[in-house]
Write a protein that binds this ligand. Structure first.
Ligand SMILES: *[C@@H]1O[C@H](CO)[C@@H](O)[C@H](O)[C@H]1NC(C)=O
Ligand SMILES: *[C@@H]1O[C@H](CO)[C@@H](O)[C@H](O)[C@H]1NC(C)=O
Ligand SMILES: *[C@@H]1O[C@H](CO)[C@@H](O)[C@H](O)[C@H]1NC(C)=O
Length: 867
C-alpha cells in the first residue's frame, strides 16, 4: 500500500517557486491536482484532500465534503471523510476518456458546504501499457509485377496501439526474406504508415508468391506486440496507384442526424485502365466507436450515418479511408467530421444538499439547501438560468459556478404552513430553449413557540349546595397548535387557599380533559363563591403555560328549616303572654320570631295560625309574625287561649316549623295558679302543689299558733295589732308590670320581681328583644351574619334546658311564697312532706335571684329528679 501511494505523487504547480502562491490560492478556492495511473483497483488512495486544503480531519464530514464530476453521472473517485483520503471508486480507463490525446485530465468539483465552497480538482490520468499494437487487418494482400524495379515502395497500414507515448508502437520487424525491407514513413498530416521496399527484383518464374510476417512492438514494460501477414503475389504488370482528390476531407454534421444521412463522398482516380483502374474504398483504420457510427460505400466512396450521432459523446471524428485498385495498389486520405451541437439536452437539476426538516425558528437568510444545475450542451445551449416559484419564502442565490443556495427569505411558521413544495425551474438559452424543473419537498419542524391558550378569558361554574363530592363543576379547554408533545396540554390547579384550606380540598381538575370536579359537598351557608386558578401547560421543553381563573358560585338550596326563636320550642320554658281583658281589636299581643339560615326566597318567612282555641280572636301578620287581637275581648272569651303557629319559608319545596303560644286573658296575676295548670306538665305542677300545700299548711299552723300566742297576749295587753298587712297587699302585686311600680312599697317591688322573672318572655322583655332584633337581623342580606347561636346568647335563659329552667322557677315560687310572709321578718320552713325537715334562713331585702339554699341537695335528690 505504502509503495503504491508513493507512486501517485501530488504534483502541484511544477516549480517550487510557486508553492507559496499555491497555498494562497488554495484558501481562495484553490485548485488541487493529482496524478493517477489508469486501471487502478477501486479503493486505491490518490492523495489526501484534507491535508492539501489545510483542513482539520473532522471538518470534512461537518462540511459534507464530496466530489462531483463535471457533466457526468459517474463518480470515479470519492473522499474518505474520516481520513481525508481521495480514493478510486471506479475503474478509470484513460483510452476511453482521452483516446490519443497526449494529456488526459479528468476534472472534478470538490464541494464543501456551510459555507458553500468549491475547489477544482484535476486528476491527471497516466497511461499504462494495457493495449497491444493492432493491425487493421490480419492479412495484407499485395500483388506486385515481376517487372518492379529495386526501390519500389508498397504501402502497408501501420499498427495502432491505443496507449500513448512509449506505450504506443515503437518499432516493426519484418520476417527475414531476400526481397523486401520495411520502412516507416510519416505523412504531412502527422500520421504514420509503413512501406514495403523492394530490395531485390522478383522473378515470377522462381517464386509466384510469398508470405511475410510483420511484427509491431510497443515500448511498454512488459512489451506487447501485434502481427500481420503480408501476402505477396507476383504478377505480370501494374502501373499507377489510385490518387485521392484531396488528402484531407473536412465536413461538419449536426448531431442527431438520422441514419443513412450522407456525410461526405471521397473519390480517388486511377490512371490505369481495366482492372488496374477499378478503385474500391475501405476504412483503413477506425476506432470501434466510429465504426458503429459511419459506413463507407466501397464503390461510391460515400460515407453515411449508421448510428446515433451525439455531440456530447464525441464532437470530432477522424477517419482514414483507403482507395485500392484491382491489383492492390492503394493510397489513403483522412476525413475529419466535426459534429455541431444541437440543443437537445435539457438542464438537469441536482439537489446536492437539503436541511429537511427545517426548524421553524430559523432566521431569514438561512441556507436551506444547495442545488447544482448541469446542461450537457455547449455554449449558449448549455447556459442555464434558474428560478424558484413565487409564493414560497425561499429564494435562489447563485453561488459558485452552476451552484445555487436555497435561502429562506422570511420567518417560517409551522402552525401556518408545515410543508413546502418548492419548484425550481432551470432554462437554457438555446433556441428553442429547453427547461426542466424539480420539486423539492421541505418540511418545517416544530418548535414549542405557542403557549396553550384558554378558549375563554375566565370560566364560571355554578353549583347548588349539597352537591355530591366528585360532581362535575365545569370544564376548561386550552388549545396549543404546536406539534405532538409541544402541543399536548396538561391541566393542573395552581396552589391557593379557600377559607384557609388548600384549594385542592375543594376542587380537582382532570389533567387530560380539563374537567373540574368538586372534591367535597359545598355549603352555601358557609361559602358562597370562591376562585381557583387553573394552569394549562404543554409538554415541550421548556414547557409553556397559561393560567385562567375559574369562579365557582354556589347557589342556595332550601336546606334549613325556619328556626323559631320566640316563643322557644315547646317544653323549653314557660311561655305565656298575658292579654289584658280590656284589649281592643287590633292590639298587639305578641310576636313570633323566626329566622332561616338560607337566603333569598328560601329564607323569606311567612307566619300562619294553624290551630287556635278561638279561631276568630287572634290573627298573625303573614310576614311580621305579630299576633294581634282581631276584635275586642269579651267576657265570654275563654281565659286560656292556645295558638299553634306555623312558620314557612318560601323555598321549593318549602320547609316549616311550628310553635305553640299560650295566651292568658287576664288582668290579674291572682289567677296565676291556674296558669301553671296549663303551662306545666303534671309531674312538675304536682310537686309545686305539694310544696304550696305544705307551705300553706305550715303557714296556717304557724299562724294559728301565733294567733293563739298573740291572742293570749292581746287578751293581756288589750291592744290588738294588725298582723296581716303583708298578706293583704298581695292581690295588687298581680297587676300587670306596667302598673306595678306605681306603688313604691317593698311588697310591690317584691311581687314585681316575681312577675318579671316568671315571664321572661313576657311583654316587657319581649319588646326589648324585638327592638334589638329588628335592628340587627331583619335585613335579608344580613340575616346570615348572625348564627343561630348568636341569637341563643341574646336570649340567655330562653334557651336553657327544661331541667335547668325548672330550678330557678321553683326558687322563684318559694321566694314568692316567702314574700307573702315578708312582714314576719324571717320564716322557718319545714317543707319535706315525708322524709324530714329542711330549714333555711333568709335575711330581709335580698335581691331577686338570691339563693336561699339547695333543696335538691338538702333532700338528697338528684337535681333532675326535682323536675
Ligand atoms: C407536493 O407535491 C407532492 C408530489 O409532487 C404532492 O403529493 C403534494 O400534495 C404536494 N403538496 C403540496 C402542499 O402542494
Ligand atoms: C418541540 O419543540 C422543541 C423545541 O422547542 C423541539 O426540539 C422538538 O423537536 C419539538 N418536538 C416535536 C415533537 O416537534
Ligand atoms: C401562572 O401562575 C403561576 C403561579 O402563580 C406563575 O408562576 C406563572 O408565571 C403564571 N403563568 C402565566 C402565563 O401567567
Amino acid at each position: 500500500m505504502n509503495s503504491q501511494r508513493n507512486r501517485f505523487s501530488l504534483f502541484r504547480n511544477k516549480s517550487c517557486s510557486f508553492v507559496i502562491f499555491f497555498v494562497v490560492v488554495q484558501h481562495a478556492h484553490g485548485d488541487l491536482s493529482y496524478s493517477v495511473q489508469e486501471e487502478l483497483k477501486p479503493g486505491s488512495v490518490i492523495g489526501n484532500v484534507a491535508k492539501d486544503l489545510g483542513l482539520e480531519m473532522g471538518r470534512l464530514s461537518v462540511r459534507k465534503a464530496r466530489v462531483d464530476m463535471e457533466g457526468n453521472d459517474r463518480q470515479y473517485c470519492g473522499i474518505n471523510l474520516r481520513s481525508g483520503d481521495l480514493f478510486v471508486t471506479e475503474r478509470i480507463d484513460r483510452e476511453e476518456h482521452c483516446g490519443e490525446k497526449p494529456s488526459c485530465v479528468l476534472k472534478f468539483d470538490l464541494v464543501l458546504e456551510n459555507p458553500l465552497e468549491l475547489h477544482r480538482l484535476s486528476l491527471q490520468v497516466q497511461d499504462i501499457n494495457d493495449n497491444v499494437p493492432v493491425f487493421p487487418k490480419d492479412v495484407v494482400k499485395l500483388e506486385i509485377r515481376e517487372s518492379a524495379v529495386k526501390g519500389a515502395r508498397y504501402r502497408i497500414n501501420a499498427a495502432h496501439d491505443a496507449d500513448i507515448g512509449k506505450n504506443s508502437v515503437q518499432s516493426y520487424t519484418l520476417q527475414q526474406n531476400p526481397h523486401f525491407v520495411f520502412s516507416i514513413q510519416t505523412t504531412s498530416a502527422g500520421s504514420k504508415y509503413g512501406e514495403l521496399v523492394l530490395d531485390k527484383e522478383l522473378d515470377r518464374e522462381e517464386q509466384r508468391e510469398m508470405k511475410l510476417l510483420l511484427t509491431a512492438v510497443d515500448g511498454g514494460s512488459p512489451q506487447r506486440s501485434g502481427t500481420v501477414v503480408i501476402h505477396v503475389i507476383v504478377l505480370d504488370a501494374n502501373d499507377n496507384a489510385p490518387v485521392f482528390s484531396e488528402t484531407v476531407y473536412k465536413t461538419s454534421l449536426p448531431e442527431n442526424s438520422p441514419v443513412q444521412t450522407p456525410v461526405i463522398t471521397v473519390s480517388a482516380t486511377d490512371a490505369d485502365e481495366g482492372v488496374n483502374g477499378e478503385v474500391t474504398y475501405e476504412f483503413s483504420r477506425l476506432p470501434d466507436k466510429s465504426r458503429r457510427l459511419f459506413s463507407l460505400d466501397a464503390k461510391t466512396g460515400e460515407i453515411s450515418v449508421t448510428g446515433d450521432i451525439d455531440y456530447e459523446e464525441g464532437s470530432k471524428y477522424e477517419i482514414f479511408v483507403e482507395a485500392k485498385d484491382g491489383y492492390g495498389l492503394s493510397s489513403e486520405a483522412k476525413v475529419i467530421i466535426d459534429i455541431t451541437d444541437v440543443n437537445d439536452n435539457a438542464p438537469v437539476i441536482y439537489l446536492k444538499s437539503l436541511i429537511n426538516p427545517i426548524p421553524e425558528n430559523v432566521s431569514p437568510g438561512t441556507e436551506v439547501g444547495i442545488i447544482n444545475v448541469q446542461d450537457r450542451d455547449s455554449e449558449k445551449n448549455g447556459q442555464v438560468r434558474c428560478s424558484i416559484q413565487q409564493n414560497v419564502p425561499f429564494k435562489l442565490v447563485p453561488s459558485i459556478k452552476n451552484y445555487y443556495s436555497v435561502v429562506s427569505t422570511g420567518q417560517l411558521d409551522r402552525e401556518l404552513v408545515s410543508d413546502y413544495n418548492i419548484t425550481i425551474t432551470a432554462t437554457d438559452e438555446g433556441s428553442p430553449p429547453l427547461s426542466s424543473s424539480k420539486s423539492v419537498q421541505l418540511s418545517v419542524a416544530d418548535i414549542n413557540d405557542n403557549p396553550p391558550v384558554f378558549e375563554e378569558q375566565s370560566y364560571s361554574a355554578y353549583v347548588s349546595e349539597n352537591n355530591k363530592a366528585g360532581s362535575t363543576l365545569c370544564s376548561v379547554t386550552a388549545r396549543d397548535p404546536d406539534w405532538r408533545q409541544n402541543g399536548t396540554v396538561v391541566y393542573s390547579l395552581l396552589a391557593g387557599e379557600v377559607n384557609g384550606a388548600p384549594v385542592s380540598s375543594y376542587v380537582s381538575v382532570n389533567g387530560d380533559t380539563g374537567v373540574i370536579h368538586a372534591v367535597r359537598s359545598f355549603d352555601y351557608e358557609q361559602l358562597r363563591s370562591f376562585k381557583v386558578q387553573v394552569m394549562a401547560r404543554d409538554n415541550g421543553s421548556p414547557p409553556l403555560s397559561s393560567n385562567v381563573t375559574v369562579s365557582v358560585f354556589i347557589s342556595d338550596v332550601n336546606d334549613n328549616c325556619p328556626q323559631i326563636l320566640y316563643p322557644a320550642p315547646e317544653g323549653n320554658s314557660f311561655m305565656t303572654e298575658l292579654v289584658p281583658k280590656a284589649a281592643h281589636g287590633g292590639s298587639l299581643v305578641s310576636k313570633v320570631i323566626a329566622v332561616d339560615a338560607d337566603s333569598g326566597q328560601n329564607a323569606w318567612l311567612s307566619y300562619h295560625i294553624v290551630k287556635s282555641t278561638d279561631p276568630g280572636l287572634f290573627t298573625i301578620g303573614v310576614h311580621s309574625g305579630e299576633i294581634r287581637t282581631q276584635r275586642d275581648i269579651s267576657e265570654s272569651d275563654s281565659m286560656k287561649q292556645n295558638l299553634i303557629v306555623a312558620v314557612k319559608d318560601n323555598g321549593q319545596p318549602s320547609l316549616s316549623a311550628t310553635c305553640s303560644m299560650y295566651l292568658l286573658i287576664s288582668d290579674n296575676l291572682a289567677e296565676v295558679p291556674e296558669l301553671k295548670d296549663m303551662s306545666y306538665d303534671e309531674k312538675n305542677s304536682k310537686l309545686t302543689s305539694y310544696l304550696i300545700i305544705a307551705l300553706v299548711c305550715v303557714s296556717t299552723f304557724f299562724l294559728t299558733f301565733i294567733i293563739i300566742i298573740l291572742g293570749v297576749r292581746f287578751c293581756r295587753r288589750r291592744k290588738p295589732r294588725l298582723l296581716f298587712d303583708g298578706a293583704v297587699a298581695i292581690p295588687s302585686a298581680y297587676l300587670p308590670p306596667n302598673y306595678a311600680d306605681v306603688d313604691g312599697t317593698g311588697t310591690l317591688r317584691s311581687t314585681y320581681n316575681y312577675d318579671a322573672y316568671l315571664t321572661t318572655g313576657s311583654r316587657t322583655s319581649d319588646f326589648k328583644f324585638v327592638t334589638s332584633y329588628n335592628d340587627n337581623t331583619l335585613p335579608a342580606d344580613q340575616t346570615l351574619r348572625k348564627s343561630p347561636s348568636d341569637f341563643v346568647d341574646a336570649f340567655g335563659d330562653c334557651a336553657e334546658s327544661p331541667e335547668v329552667g325548672a330550678i330557678p322557677y321553683l326558687y322563684t315560687r318559694l321566694t314568692t311564697l316567702f314574700a307573702l310572709h315578708y312582714g314576719l321578718g324571717f320564716v322557718f320552713l319545714v317543707l319535706h312532706p315525708v322524709f324530714g325537715d329542711v330549714s333555711y334562713s333568709i335575711p330581709e331585702e335580698r335581691k331577686r335571684g338570691y339563693v336561699i339554699g339547695n333543696i335538691a341537695k338538702d333532700l338528697g335528690l338528684d337535681p333532675g329528679q326535682l323536675s
